[in-house]
Design a binder for this molecule. Structure first.
Ligand code: ADP
Length: 263
């Protein structure tokens, strides 16, 4: 398990667009952190910087292993679309990300893992034969079978219908509780963030910074329909009506911590 420290003084794109200005937070090992912000608030920019896909920044991003001398941490990324290879069957798509040793001698056979994510006997099917929800289950399993230390998720369920997204959110919590990677989950849905995360960070409008940092204490797994989620959702929007537009009145000079006390 790894901790993550983000301290970005500025992220300016070559065209002069300042996407991030003074954005800082730390995630504890195994913590599930959701990042919520309006469109254009720098969520994807932040994930790309943390993933190391973009290294142009003024500031630092540090991953700390618990024990010194550990191999460099593994980072997984789950995108908005499942991005399965259409010419490979499900089993081959999964094997593609495994190291040769794990492919030859898996700790848990892939058939068992497919059954675990609700896809028993689907290993020989091709992505084109799967529904959007089934493809997302494969993509989720692919993200977890490499046992990442840090898993970055960029609105991975946004194009799914509500009941399917709900089922897959429960599956995500199950997989996360088994292996406990540190997770950064980007979403513009407050309910989704409150149902999944241990902690939710809210971003301002561009240039982005953290305007609010709240813990979510109720036990996992949660559904977006849970009373605790609904109550916290209502109380946050009552307290900060412009929160999802990236603003908290009257001042957002410093991140604020609130403890809504819902368990
Ligand atoms: P979000 O994911 O929250 O919608 P983004 O991180 O995609 O926001 O974008 C944040 C800001 O950075 C936006 O103003 C966007 O136009 C700008 N931006 C994103 N990528 C680039 C790029 N490659 N070049 C210039 N500006 C960019």
């Amino acid at each position: 398990m790894i901790a993550l420290t983000v301290d970005i003084r500025k992220k300016v794109y070559p065209n002069g667009c300042c996407a991030i200005d003074s954005l800082a937070f730390a995630a504890q090992p195994g913590e599930f952190v959701a990042i919520v912000g309006p469109s254009g608030s720098g969520k994807t920019t932040l994930l790309n910087l943390v993933a190391g896909l973009d290294r142009e920044l003024d500031g630092s991003i540090t991953l700390h292993s618990r024990q010194a001398g550990q191999p460099s941490p593994g980072i997984g990324f789950m995108f908005q679309e499942p991005r399965l290879m259409p010419w490979l069957c499900v089993q081959e798509n999964l094997e593609l990300v495994l190291r040769p040793q794990a492919r030859a001698h898996p700790v848990t056979p892939l058939q068992d893992l497919l059954a675990l994510v609700g896809l028993p006997g689907c290993g020989a099917l091709f992505p084109g034969q799967l529904s959007g929800g089934m493809q997302r289950r494969v993509a989720l399993l692919r993200a977890f079978i490499v046992e990442p230390d840090l898993l970055l998720m960029d609105e991975p369920f946004q194009s799914l219908d509500a009941p399917t997204a709900n089922q897959i959110r429960i599956l995500l919590q199950d997989l996360w509780q088994r292996t406990r990677p540190t997770v950064l989950f980007v979403t513009h849905s407050l309910r989704e963030a409150l149902s999944l995360a241990d902690r939710v960070l809210f971003l301002s409008v561009q240039p982005s910074r953290v305007i609010l940092d709240i813990p979510v204490d109720s036990p996992h797994p949660r559904s977006i329909d849970d009373l605790s989620v609904q109550k916290l959702h209502a109380s946050l929007l009552d307290q900060y009506p412009q929160l999802l537009a990236g603003q908290i009145a009257p001042s957002w000079e410093k991140p604020r911590i609130v403890h809504p006390g819902i368990r």
